[in-house]
Design a protein around this ligand. Structure first.
Ligand code: NDP
Length: 247
């Protein structure tokens, strides 16, 4: 991130941006921040009441009217993603960005004790879903001159660590998919792909992973928003295939 980066207030004007896991934590803050910078955000998540709260907060702030796309990534199939492409095409005609933010934490246990069911669920939500969603939505991302896809990594995806099991493996996979995609799309389309490792951040997921920690000592999702804006907008137009650390 360039030193002292200051995104302009209209950085994402006229952009249509999909945020997964938009009902809580970093995704919620990112959706509200993108809206505050002019974007029409599509709020995707599995808990309708949380998505409605974010919707209401964006409307109350006077930003562009968002859209809600309820979806549980655990059960979503290829057909659901094709339908999603059709719906977004009818509604918006194009897509300028995706923030792949939704993830599950899974069990904090050894590989020896990790249950295969939880492992498969994590892979479905954290790896297969962003793959299938991206693949299905590429035609919409190819419509504007520029588009940005941002994946979400983690320190344990860069270097595996005891008791992080499927979560760590899934985060390594997300960053690898990002690199492959960026390499395939560079020079062929206007779509860029990068990833962000938020680092320890004050959210519900972090509190579950580290129950003994004092959340007030952690960075907040708001602290990371300059980087999220930078990668989603055209200030990073020459950057693709890179893994960023928010901290
Ligand atoms: P939260 O658990 O606070 O938020 C995750 C969001 O994803 C929730 O809104 C959740 O929905 C949604 N979600 C989870 N599973 C599904 C599903 N099956 N279908 C649809 N939506 C789903 O997590 P954070 O905000 O902390 O994390 C955001 C991202 O940042 C994740 O990718 C995480 O791995 C990553 N990250 C976070 C760190 C941290 O310290 N917080 C550190 C490193 C990486 P619901 O509200 O319904 O539960």
């Amino acid at each position: 991130l360039p030193d002292g980066y200051q995104p302009s207030s209209d950085l994402l004007a006229d952009k249509i941006i999909l945020v997964t896991g938009a009902g809580d934590g970093i995704g919620r803050t990112a959706a509200m921040t993108f809206a505050a910078h002019g974007a029409t955000v599509i709020l995707l998540g599995r808990t309708m009441s949380k998505l409605e709260q974010v919707y209401d907060a964006i409307e109350a702030a006077g930003h562009k009217q968002p859209a809600i796309y309820p979806m549980n990534l655990e059960g979503a199939t290829e057909k659901d993603y094709r339908d999603m492409c059709d719906t977004l095409n009818e509604e918006f005609g194009q897509l300028d960005g995706i923030l792949h933010n939704a993830s599950e934490l899974g069990d904090r246990t050894t590989i020896r004790d990790y249950t295969a069911d939880t492992w498969k669920r994590l892979m479905q939500v954290n790896v297969n879903a962003p793959f299938m969603m991206t693949q299905a939505l590429l035609p919409l991302l190819e419509k504007p001159e520029h588009a940005a896809i941002v994946f979400t990594g983690s320190s344990v995806g860069r270097q595996g660590r005891a008791y992080w099991g499927a979560y760590a493996a899934s985060k390594a996979a997300q960053e690898n998919i990002m690199q492959t995609l960026a390499d395939e799309l560079e020079g062929v389309t206007g779509i860029r792909a990068n990833s962000i490792n938020p680092g320890a951040t004050r959210t519900a997921m972090r509190a579950v992973a580290y129950p003994a920690e004092n959340p007030n000592e952690l960075k907040t999702p708001e602290d990371h928003m300059p980087l999220y804006l930078y990668l989603m907008g055209q200030d990073s137009r020459d950057i693709t295939g890179q893994c960023f650390n928010a901290q």
